[in-house]
Design a protein around this ligand. Structure first.
Ligand code: GRG
Length: 299
């Protein structure tokens, strides 16, 4: 539980939450058959990663007064959707990348067909985590969570954002389109994380709408920092190919605004995100600190 005084230790919180998530991810994949599929699913799901999305889910559940362990299967589901989107994003027909989470990409190891199918299996397992593997949560709450997951994984979310992104490669892109891509490719899943965590706890409309504003701010900020790191950090630190946006001729915030202005914009967005949680400022330490982490991270 979160310590309610001012001595909140974010680093300890992050370490503990990551450990909880890693254990849950490890036990979420059963004895899949055939073995190749099991290996390919585990290869990408257990490859590290910051685990920001599941931790956002746990933190939102706790903020809404719930027991975070009840949201753990949903947190795992969200990481599964994220991981499947990374596997598909790296495919030759999409971003065509060789490196992810510090390792060769899934299709480089298992081939394109198995990589696509491992992604598909992770996506469907995500729904199973919520519908079948969640215990002690009223079914009407789970139904709302399933609704959120189906929206975020489909055309209104990740898929729609990805298609617009692919269509825009090599073209001049205005701010409105860039924001559309970011909000759908990146922001939508971050929003689903806090919404689903809060729904598990039975959050009211006031908190859900504040979390939605919070998520919009951190979602855009997260992607701006991602674009900045693509220019400033090395592949070794990032665990993925640096300089990729330039190679793919993508429009990014740094391209439109420059690095300094982009960082300023990300900082402003994080401030806006945190302001939305002002009424909960005495209990929202994890979400407030996670917002800061998004702009201060180095990978
Ligand atoms: C979900 C059905 C379905 C399809 C996916 C391929 C695709 C459609 C969408 C692409 C989504 C995508 C890869 C967006 C990029 C988001 C992003 C900035 C990822 C990096 O997130 P980090 O830094 O990565 O949190 P780690 O490895 O730390 O988890």
């Amino acid at each position: 539980m979160v310590d309610l005084d001012n001595s909140f230790d974010f680093s300890a919180y992050l370490t503990k939450a990551r450990e909880q998530v890693e254990n849950a991810l490890d036990s979420a994949l059963g004895p899949e058959r055939p073995e190749t599929l099991r290996e390919a699913m585990r290869y990408s799901l257990l490859a590290g990663g910051k685990r920001l999305r599941p931790i956002l889910c746990l933190a939102a559940c706790e903020l809404a007064g719930g027991d975070p362990t009840q949201s753990l299967p949903t947190a795992v589901a969200l990481e599964m959707i994220h991981t499947m989107s990374l596997i598909h994003d790296d495919l030759p027909s999409m971003d065509n990348d060789d490196l992810r989470r510090g390792r060769p990409t899934n299709h480089k190891v298992y081939g394109e067909a198995v990589a696509i199918l491992a992604g598909d299996a992770l996506l469907t397992r995500a729904f199973e985590m919520v519908a079948i593997r969640t215990k002690g949560v009223p079914s009407e709450r789970l139904l709302k969570v399933l609704g959120e997951l189906s929206l975020v994984a489909g055309a209104p979310g990740l898929v729609g954002g990805q298609v617009v992104d692919l269509e825009c490669e090599g073209k001049e892109v205005d701010f409105e389109t860039l924001e559309y891509i970011h909000l759908h490719k990146t922001g939508a899943l971050l929003k689903a994380c806090v919404t689903c965590g809060a729904l598990i706890a039975g959050a009211d409309e006031k908190l859900l709408s504040a979390l939605s504003i919070y998520a919009r701010g951190i979602g855009l900020a997260f992607q701006i920092i991602d674009d900045i790191l693509d220019v400033t950090a090395s592949s070794e630190v990032l665990g993925k190919t640096a300089g990729k946006d330039l190679i793919s001729d993508k429009t990014t915030y740094p391209k439109l605004l420059g690095l300094d202005e982009s960082k300023k914009r990300a900082d402003e967005l994080v401030l806006e995100a945190k302001a939305a949680l002002d009424p909960w400022k005495n209990t929202a330490f994890p979400l407030l600190s996670l917002a800061d982490y998004i702009t201060n991270r180095d990978r």
